[in-house]
Design a protein around this ligand. Structure first.
Ligand code: 5GP
Ligand code: ZN
Length: 113
């Protein structure tokens, strides 16, 4: 999708600091990190949000979650990490392309919201 910033990152039209990439997903460092390590994991295909996950594309999401532990380990998150996906306006989703935040590198706040 031309007007989607994350599709543009997948296409290579917008630069990003990549953490990991394969045929299905791209992981890159968040431009405004909210933790010492803040990585975004996105499917290469455009899925708008968690609400857009369905029987046709859920294997992509399964692959993302199978890969997140490898991405976290490669980023040195030996003490644990948090995975978050904001879905819709109440969750303050700002980029309408499915993404999972990996946050870590410090002891995170006990409260999530
Ligand atoms: P959301 O608020 O939708 O859950 O998360 C979107 C995230 O994307 C934010 O944390 C924001 O900092 C990050 N972001 C937005 N635009 C860019 C960009 O062009 N490059 C990178 N690396 N991160 C971005
Ligand atoms: Zn997109």
């Amino acid at each position: 999708m031309e007007n989607c910033i994350f599709c543009q990152i997948v296409a290579g039209n917008i630069p990003a600091s990549k953490a990991y990439e394969d045929d299905v997903l791209l992981a890159f460092y968040d431009i405004h990190p909210q933790a010492p390590v803040h990585i975004l994991v996105i499917p290469k295909v455009h899925i708008p949000s968690v609400d857009g996950i369905n029987a046709e594309n859920s294997s992509i999401v399964a692959h993302i979650f199978e890969t997140i532990p490898k991405i976290a380990a490669a980023a040195g998150l030996t003490g644990g990490y948090r995975v978050i996906s904001n879905c819709g306006p109440d969750a303050c989703q700002s980029v309408p392309h499915l993404h999972f935040h990996i946050l870590g590198g410090t002891k995170l706040a006990e409260q999530m919201a």
